[in-house]
Design a protein around this ligand. Structure first.
Ligand SMILES: NC(=O)c1ccc[n+]([C@@H]2O[C@H](COP(=O)([O-])OP(=O)(O)OC[C@H]3O[C@@H](n4cnc5c(N)ncnc54)[C@H](O)[C@@H]3O)[C@@H](O)[C@H]2O)c1
Length: 318
């Protein structure tokens, strides 16, 4: 059932997201003008975004790109390696990394909030959305980026392996989207963006539950796209190829590919990537896709899985 009247929708479509935000939250302009160096500039000027897993890697790159495009940003990360088990050279971000990432965004805009919270906890996401509303007057964009992986052969996987990866990668995305929906509806529309993977577009040996969680992310994103379209909310997934972050460069990832060094990793992957002279994607390239999907240019795009994979996807997608 739609929570948006036809009049609301016409106003939203004609005004664009930023205009709708101003209509729905008259106090917003005042809230955003205080100390913001980018209020009127950029593809996302006037919008408010929540980005999970924002301490480093792809999430941090998205937070930076959104700030550069004029958005106010709530950066969320659990930033505590004890909260999620470390595996084979891979640990989640710590508080120092989160603070450093926050400072790089803070150098772009004063309109940034840092929220230390866990995407596995629905209440944490509700509180983060409440923070966006308190500080910036509402929420327009939610990016469910936080992710986790454990590497093992299918037959060796334990219940704990599977549950721990599902809790972050699937339930975390659900929790993020669910908490954001009422706030997006209040704005007369908005954007939900999830991070899937090329692992969510094909079978991948050796990374255990991760592959199926990334298929699940595409499924739940498509469901959200169908159900929330009447509320002028788009929902899209980004499916990155190999991105130069701690996750991809971890010992476990390299071992799961039957390799020993990152040089071997590059040599093995390079021939599979039509655009892959460097055999790896920088996080900033994924952030560009996240900016596009959040911008007016993507107003008519929903329910897609957008491969940002240096063309690797051409081997297996229709
Ligand atoms: N790096 C790649 O090659 C690649 C490829 C495809 C998809 N992805 C996906 O992109 C997303 C970002 O990955 P990345 O490569 O930047 O990884 P990363 O490990 O560098 O960053 C992930 C972030 O999520 C945070 N996080 C983990 N569990 C959390 C929790 N429970 N609550 C809050 N924050 C939590 C971590 O602290 C970390 O800052 C993930 O969903 C990942 O699966 C990555």
């Amino acid at each position: 059932m739609s929570h948006t009247t036809n009049t609301d929708r016409r106003r939203f479509l004609s005004a664009g997201l930023a205009g709708a935000a101003a209509l729905a939250a008259p106090g917003l302009a005042g809230a955003r003008s205080n100390g913001n160096r980018r209020t009127n500039a950029g593809a996302l000027a006037g919008r408010v975004a929540l980005v999970t897993g924002a301490a480093r890697g792809i999430g941090l790159a998205i937070a930076k790109a959104y700030a550069e495009q004029g958005a106010a940003v709530v950066m969320l990360d659990v930033a505590n390696p004890r909260a999620v088990p470390s595996v084979e050279g891979f640990r989640i971000a710590n508080a120092e990394e989160f603070e450093a990432g926050f400072r790089t965004v803070r150098a772009i805009t004063n309109d940034v909030e840092k929220v230390t919270a866990d995407v596995r906890k629905p209440k944490d996401l509700e509180n983060a959305v409440a923070r966006a509303i308190d500080r910036f007057g509402g929420l327009d964009i939610a990016v469910a980026n936080a992710g986790y992986v454990r590497w093992h052969a299918f037959a060796d996987g334990t219940e704990q392996d599977w549950k721990s990866v599902y809790d972050v990668n699937v339930h975390g995305v659900f929790n993020t989207f669910k908490a954001a929906i009422p706030a997006l509806r209040n704005r007369g529309g908005g954007r939900l963006i999830s991070l899937s993977s090329i692992g969510g577009r094909q079978g991948v040996p050796g990374n255990g539950a991760y592959t199926s969680t990334k298929w699940a992310v595409i499924g739940l994103t498509k469901q959200a796209a169908i159900e929330l379209g009447p509320d002028n909310i788009t929902a899209n997934a980004i499916a990155p190829g190999p991105v130069d972050t701690p996750m991809y460069r971890s010992e476990g990832q390299i071992r799961s590919m039957g390799l020993s060094t990152r040089e071997e990793q590059d040599a093995a992957i390079n021939p599979l990537l039509p655009l892959g002279q460097d055999a790896v994607i920088q996080p900033e390239e994924i952030a560009k896709a996240a900016v596009f999907l959040a911008s007016d240019a993507a107003q008519a795009i929903s329910g897609v899985s957008l491969d940002v994979a240096l063309g690797y996807n051409a081997f297996y997608t229709a």
